[in-house]
Ligand binder design. Structure first.
Ligand code: MRU
Length: 360
């Protein structure tokens, strides 16, 4: 695909049609060389799309899973209420096994369950219709939250700064516009000239395949670096702020994000560069006291030994492949959410901000 600047952006995940419709996803495994949308017509194909990262990024996984519940319920409206609810819980439990770390998945599934429970007693086609509306609301709210994150975050950046980001927390990782990249997009739209350094993000290269692509599409100055170059780039004085997304934020502010994020936070601290996390309220998990309790996804060793089709390690070598790491709150200057900027990052400030219910 060319590097031309796009004026409108395709939707990461959207529902096509009515109750018997399907979920349309951008297949992110094919980017940046191929732009293709796929149609998920059953819950099994959506489960596979989440597991294999065709749709990925914490908020986008939540949106997709909400629609996944609608797919799973499509043939269940003719029976009685009991079998409808049995099926609903089966579908939600199944989708919950697709990936363990991004809490947005569980948040969206809980919200779908609660919506259905609030209508127990109504005819099942009516509940199914309400579930579709709830999934659409989750998508729309995510879109609004990302815009608000962009507005608050843009204030933290100055004209002419170098900004480093890790993985992809852009429009592709959300319903639209992103979290960490929303901060860059909004600053750029406000006339601040930024230079973004995108870590390529081993092993699955979300930084080079997706972040560099998204920034190019929006006409933002971007330079791709290997993950191992971040220290040198900081030492050379090219980076004045780091902004990353999150998959789960514990009550004390410890933040799980793509593997390598913790290392970037340590580097930023060593160079006295502010390290920001941008995430919607759906990414906070206040039931966990600290990041020690966040489940970390372990992925297939072949992502490291056979990345993108070529064997790059000796046969039989032992591999450790955690997909996420946890950055301790003390390394995070501030968390940007749709309600505002949480600084300093401390449990009381987090709880206060999330309860503040500022309009988005
Ligand atoms: O494995 P991925 O690609 O789903 O990991 C994505 C990330 O780590 C993102 O930084 C995070 O989900 C935030 S997306 C707004």
């Amino acid at each position: 695909m060319s590097g031309r600047v796009l004026q409108s952006f395709p939707r990461t995940a959207h529902w096509r049609g009515g109750l018997d419709g399907c979920l349309v996803l951008i297949d992110q495994t094919l980017l940046p060389t191929e732009f293709k949308e796929i149609e998920c017509r059953d819950v099994e194909s959506l489960w596979e799309a989440i597991r294999s990262l065709r749709v990925r990024g914490a908020p986008a996984i939540g949106v997709a899973a909400a629609y996944g519940v609608c797919l799973g319920m499509q043939r269940s409206t003719s029976g009685d209420l009991e079998s409808f609810f049995r099926r609903l819980h089966e579908v939600c439990d199944y989708l919950a096994t697709s990936r363990p770390t991004a809490v947005n998945l569980f948040w969206a599934l809980d919200r779908m369950r609660r919506k259905a429970e609030s209508m127990r007693g109504s005819p099942t086609p009516q509940i199914a219709q309400a579930l579709l509306e709830e999934a659409r609301a989750i998508e729309e709210e995510d879109r609004q939250m990302c815009r608000a994150i962009g507005r608050f975050g843009a204030e933290l950046l100055c004209d002419g700064q170098g900004v480093l980001t890790h993985c992809n927390a852009g429009g592709l990782a959300t319903a639209d516009y992103g979290t960490a990249l929303a901060v860059c997009f909004a600053a750029h739209e406000a006339g601040k000239r930024l230079h973004v350094y995108a870590d390529e993000t081993r092993p699955l290269l979300q930084g080079s395949r997706l972040t560099a692509w998204e920034l190019q599409q929006r006409g933002i100055d971007v330079t791709l670096i290997c993950d191992s170059m971040a220290a040198q780039v900081m030492r050379e004085g090219r980076v004045q702020a780091v902004v990353v997304g999150a998959d789960r934020i514990a009550a004390n502010g410890d933040t799980a994000n793509k593997i390598g994020t913790y290392g970037v936070a340590l580097l930023a601290a060593a160079h006295e560069i502010p390290f920001y996390v941008a995430a919607p309220s759906s990414t906070f998990d206040l039931s966990l006291a600290s990041g020690d309790e966040i489940p970390i996804e372990q992925r297939d060793p072949r992502e490291i030994t056979h990345g993108f089709g070529r064997q790059t390690a000796p046969e039989g070598v032992k591999v450790y492949n955690p997909a996420f790491d946890v950055t301790p709150a003390r390394l995070i200057r501030a968390i940007i959410c749709e309600h505002g900027v949480i600084e300093p990052v401390a449990e009381q400030n987090i709880r206060q901000m999330l309860q503040s219910n500022h309009p988005v």
